[in-house]
Design a protein around this ligand. Structure first.
Ligand SMILES: [Zn+2]
Ligand SMILES: [Zn+2]
Length: 174
């Protein structure tokens, strides 16, 4: 059933904007363990060629895997592994990412960033409130502890998800 729905939803353009993340946090499926994550600030990361570096000086707000089609296209694989941090705690310390936007089903746009030199995908869901970081760009990617899967309606049949994590067809219910 889910796979039949993929075609119908192909044109939808989701985003990890502020409203969506707040919706995630309000979700009844949100596990009580979300505040126990141990990703101590500050932490750093960057692109594959070293042109772009960043630093984060606060704990993440939320970490999740997004399986939407925009994230699939942006990453070239089945989902984005996202570390969503407070915007005020995020700083580019070297270089200038290139940005582009995809429109969002929930309204507005999803601002996404990458390295124009090496093509590494780095960021998404950038707003005044928060800043999404692609987990593999972290200097220590093992810090990433996903708390949920979202946009499973677009998930690929060759993808595999953690059976123990909450899953939402699109965004978490409001
Ligand atoms: Zn680069
Ligand atoms: Zn996505």
């Amino acid at each position: 059933m889910r796979r039949r729905a993929i075609g119908k939803r192909r044109w939808l353009k989701p985003a990890h904007d502020r409203q969506n993340v707040l919706a995630l946090l309000r979700s009844p499926g949100w596990p009580a363990t979300t505040t126990t994550k141990k990703m101590s600030a500050p932490f750093t990361g960057g692109c594959g060629c070293g042109a772009i570096r960043y630093q984060v000086t606060a704990e993440p707000i939320v970490m999740f895997n997004c399986h939407c089609r925009d994230c699939q296209r942006a990453t070239g694989t089945s989902f984005s592994a996202v570390v969503y941090v407070p915007a005020k705690a995020f700083k580019i310390t070297k270089g200038s990412p290139r940005y582009y936007q995809t429109s969002s089903e929930s309204g507005g746009h999803n601002k996404r960033g990458f390295c124009a030199d090496c093509g590494s995908r780095l960021f998404g869901g950038i707003s005044d409130q928060g800043h999404g970081i692609n987990a593999a760009s972290l200097d220590d990617p093992t810090l990433f502890k996903p708390q949920m899967h979202i946009w499973t309606a677009d998930a690929q049949p060759w993808d595999h998800m953690d059976p123990d994590l909450p899953k939402f067809e699109k965004y978490a219910p409001q």
